[in-house]
Design a binder for this molecule. Structure first.
Ligand SMILES: Nc1nc2c(ncn2[C@@H]2O[C@H](COP(=O)(O)OP(=O)(O)O)[C@@H](O)[C@H]2O)c(=O)[nH]1
Ligand SMILES: Nc1ncnc2c1ncn2[C@@H]1O[C@H](COP(=O)(O)OP(=O)(O)O)[C@@H](O)[C@H]1O
Length: 227
């Protein structure tokens, strides 16, 4: 039996562009393992690990965590996902991180969510998350069934400290300066696939159709109306 090669996908886009939202749809339909750098850092912050304590000081200022710390953390985590198709969300965010990742594995495709900054700013102030799972809600776009409560576990939702308007501005500046060059890096390698728009529900069918050329839909739901 010929075993198809494992798929290595990166999802990129500015803060609030919908990476988490789209990732959860990808996982549901295509059964990939999802590794989110932000979720991993928040988990470390909550557990007050050495990395978590250090990360907090950067995240609260809207700055990126230094490359060496971030790369070690993520590459170590990826080792455990060796045997799966995976989707990497929030990493790499600098060219140095992308180069370090390239040394470890071959990326097949990079999904870029190209959403304008003006659209993003209002979204983030209405974002609520369930820290333990990384599930993300929005008061207008995807509200929880009961206000302030996670749909699945019934646990309380929280707002991220770094979703304050002044921190959001700094994060968008960091994206422009440090992460946009990563898009160029992947474009030059012919791996970048950009999806432009202001609404996730309009962008998603295109991403779905693109991934369907690479993986079968493993979800139980009707694949004609993927959500
Ligand atoms: N209004 C609106 N909100 C959205 C849309 N897509 C995602 N969101 C919300 O915007 C916020 C940021 O999305 P998220 O997936 O967390 O983005 P990430 O920061 O790139 O991972 C969350 O509160 C989402 O629920 C959309 O099309 N319209
Ligand atoms: N690859 C990375 N390199 C450096 N810092 C990172 C990285 N990933 C996440 N962070 C830090 O964690 C914060 C939150 O990340 P994330 O949850 O991915 O934000 P968003 O989903 O809003 O883009 C970032 O603003 C940054 O400070």
């Amino acid at each position: 039996m010929v075993v198809p090669p494992l798929l290595r996908v990166v999802i990129m886009g500015p803060p609030g562009s919908g990476k988490g939202t789209v990732s959860s749809r990808i996982i549901k339909h295509f059964g990939m393992k999802h590794l989110s750098s932000g979720d991993l850092l928040r988990d470390n912050m909550q557990k007050k690990t050495e990395v978590g304590i250090l990360a907090k000081s950067y995240i609260d200022q809207g700055r990126l965590i230094p490359d060496d710390i971030m790369t070690r953390l993520m590459l170590n985590e990826l080792k455990g996902l060796d045997r799966y198709n995976w989707l990497l969300d929030g990493f790499p965010r600098t060219v140095a991180q992308a180069e370090a990742l390239d040394k470890e594995c071959q990326i097949d495709t990079v999904i870029d969510l190209d959403v304008p900054f003006e659209t993003i700013k209002c979204r983030l102030t209405a974002r609520w998350i369930h820290p333990a799972s990384g599930r993300v809600y929005n008061l207008e776009f995807s509200p929880p069934k009961v206000q302030g409560i996670d749909d699945i576990t019934g646990e309380p939702l929280v707002q991220r400290d770094d979703d304050k308007p002044e921190t959001v501005t700094k994060r968008l500046q960091a994206y422009d300066a440090q992460t946009k060059p990563v898009l160029e890096y992947y474009r030059e390698k012919g791996l970048l696939k950009s999806f432009s728009g202001t609404e996730t529900n309009k962008i998603w069918p295109h991403i779905y159709a693109f991934l369907q050329t690479k993986l079968p839909d493993v979800s139980q739901k009707d694949a004609a109306t993927p959500r």
